[in-house]
Design a binder for this molecule. Structure first.
Ligand code: AMP
Length: 626
């Protein structure tokens, strides 16, 4: 059996430990959590705390807690922990020991040898301090590995293909961009740039200032003045920031965060991603300048980069992916969890040193983007709006499960209804993508155009897609579930190809034009004959949503059960008709849904009937369309 060499990412904010087992790298977890916060503390009774417990007490006892020790590695300084003073190596050793113990508990064998990663810009004394920390923790450090090299290894472990990889690494407190060349077992860092004072913590500070200023305007209390209130607020805004990576809007809530004249004050504000992006844009622009610098130093153009890899928790911020893609002309890889990427790469390096064969990291990703159809606005030059615009919500190669939301806006005044059409594919024109479902949300508030709707997609590992639309102002929600969204795409693609072939064949035979309703005309200019109201416009995440008429509605009505029953009967009739024409596989699916609808109707379970009808209606729509 090959010798065990673990890989450790000793991060500023978080640390992880990984191994390679059976050729597969994996991160070791404790209580289901792979991440150990790089925080060390002393409890009130003098007990040593490392990780989550230490991070939790930092809010209340910052004087007994040490964060971000990595920033001090290599310096001749000491940090206070309670009444004692410690070197940065000693504090780092406490983190490393905790990781070592975690691995020994899970693997049941002693862990001695390790590869530990450091930023590419670390100088000799910082690297030496890292080695010393390892030794203090009882580890033999067989290699100090550059973090970007580790990240590159997770995406190209056997290095069979020569690649130039740009690694964009934005963590909690530091930013690095490196260009790495991998070929035939040699990994070379061509250039490396960064900013040791820039990271997700700065995003938190900006959001904190924004929220605290609003709070002060409202209540006349500055939350930043009280240490505990400030720490609580910081944690709340960090959580909100993370949610904004997946959702377009979120709330920052903290009960009893302050007091005024003996009256408790609660914090409850809404933040939108779009506002947050405006706040952090200057910081991200700074990182983009570093990217350019790294390219210049490596004497490469953007087009010469084979792969862009995202590392570090903060790269989940969608604005980063968007701006990088704009600048480098290719989407960035985020398949491997950006928090775990470096530890996995360190484990791969360890396995290579011990002579093991290593395969690439296995991840479940969505192979196609999912999003909805919307209306793209006319521009200043007076071009017509595009009513077939595809607005991706979950992007291709997102790890599963994925949950994302975006905000859209109505296009006309007093618009009572909006159609949500869900598509899968990569084209900016929905007619080139595949429709996987649709539904209407109706009964919207009678307000001017610009009424905001939050559309959320939740895709599970099993390919079950939940789509919901919520009117932001009133909370009105409509949702559908599309079973087997991923598999169905493959089937639909096949059928689509088949029907196109058939049509081309018959065109050849009859030399006639295809019947109406068939393959859409995909001319560059789009169709000429539409007449849609215009969206008031708005920044990137706001899109217009068209409002069709005459689509069956499944909203719960005021008279209990009556409306559902009428609609269910109509759907069952339709299902009968469609079933006759469906293939065997679809018939099985239809039968299952028909029984669900019948059972719910018989048992008068109106809620279940509603959701069964939604599912059946979605499948019928798809089958009719196929
Ligand atoms: P790292 O130093 O790589 O562990 O990254 C930690 C940083 O990533 C912290 O600033 C976190 O707040 C940030 N982070 C973690 N998850 C997310 C997320 N979903 N969206 C944005 N930032 C995140």
């Amino acid at each position: 059996m090959a010798e065990l060499i673990v890989g450790i990412d000793l991060g500023t904010t978080n640390s992880e430990i990984a191994i390679v087992e059976g050729g597969q790298p994996r991160v070791l977890v404790e209580d289901g959590d792979p991440i150990l916060p790089s925080v060390v503390g002393l409890a009130e009774d003098g007990r040593l705390l490392v990780g989550k417990a230490a991070r939790n007490q930092w809010v209340l006892a910052p004087e007994r807690t040490v964060k971000s020790i990595k920033r001090k590695m290599g310096q001749e300084v000491k940090v206070a922990l309670g009444t004692d003073q410690f070197t940065p190596q000693e504090v780092s050793a406490m983190i490393l020991r905790t990781l070592k113990a975690r691995a020994e508990r899970e693997l049941g064998v002693p862990v001695v040898k390790a590869v530990i990663t450091v930023p590419a810009y670390f100088n000799d004394s910082q690297r030496q301090a890292t080695r010393e920390a390892g030794a203090l923790a009882g580890l033999e450090v067989v290699r100090i590995l550059n973090e970007p090299t580790a990240a590159a290894l997770t995406y190209n472990p056997d290095q069979s293909k020569a690649e130039r990889i740009l690694v964009y690494d934005l963590g909690g407190g530091t930013f690095d961009v490196s260009i790495v060349h991998t070929e035939g077992g040699v990994v070379e860092v061509l250039s490396s740039h960064g900013d040791t004072q820039l990271g997700g913590d700065d995003f938190d500070e900006l959001l904190l200032t924004d929220v605290a200023t609003d709070f002060e305007t409202m209540y006349g209390v500055d939350l930043r003045a009280n240490r505990v209130s400030r720490a609580r607020l910081l944690r709340a805004v960090e959580d909100a920031k993370k949610r904004l990576s997946d959702h377009a809007i979120t709330k920052v809530e903290e009960e009893f965060i302050a007091e005024k004249d003996g009256v408790p004050l609660h914090l409850n504000v809404e933040v939108e991603r779009i506002e947050f992006e405006e706040l952090i844009r200057p910081l991200i622009d700074r990182t983009m300048q570093c990217v350019q610098q790294a390219l210049d130093d490596a004497k490469l153009t953007a087009a010469q980069i084979d792969r862009v890899v995202l590392v570090g928790g903060s790269t989940r911020t969608p604005l980063i992916g968007r701006l990088l893609e704009e600048r480098l002309g290719q989407p960035a890889h985020r398949e491997v969890n950006p928090d775990l990427c470096v530890a996995l790469g360190a484990a791969i390096q360890g396995a290579i040193i011990s002579g093991q064969n290593v395969g690439s990291v296995l991840v479940d990703i969505t192979p196609h983007s999912l999003g909805i159809k919307c209306l793209e606005m006319t521009d200043d030059f007076g071009f017509r709006p595009n009513e077939f615009k595809f607005a991706p919500i979950i992007r291709r190669n997102s790890p599963l499960p994925a949950s994302r939301s975006e905000v859209f806006a109505t296009v006309s005044d007093n618009q009572p209804i909006v159609e949500v059409e869900v598509y899968q594919g990569e084209s900016a024109d929905v007619r080139r993508n595949h429709r996987v479902g649709r539904f209407n949300i109706e009964g919207l508030a009678r307000v001017p155009a610009g009424n905001q709707l939050v559309v959320q997609l939740d895709l599970t590992l099993d390919g079950i897609l939940k789509v919901s639309a919520r009117e932001k102002a009133t909370g009105l929600v409509k949702q559908i579930t599309i079973e087997n969204a991923l598999a169905r795409y493959a089937m639909a693609e096949r059928e689509h190809a088949q029907s196109r072939l058939n049509r081309m064949w018959s065109d050849l035979e009859t030399l006639s034009t295809p019947p109406p309703g068939d393959e859409p005309n995909l001319s560059e200019d789009g169709p000429d004959d539409f007449d849609h109201p215009l969206d008031e416009g708005g920044p990137e995440t706001e899109h217009g949503v068209s409002s069709p008429v005459g689509v069956p509605q499944l909203d719960p009505g005021p008279r209990e059960g009556q409306r559902e029953t009428v609609q269910a009967r109509a759907l069952l009739e339709k299902a009968d008709r469609v079933r006759g024409k469906a293939g065997a596989e679809d018939q099985v699916e239809l039968d299952r849904l028909i029984s669900r609808v019948r059972d719910a109707m018989t048992d008068r379970r109106w809620g279940d009937l509603q959701s069964a009808c939604n599912d059946l209606s979605d499948v019928l729509f798809y089958l009719e369309d196929a």
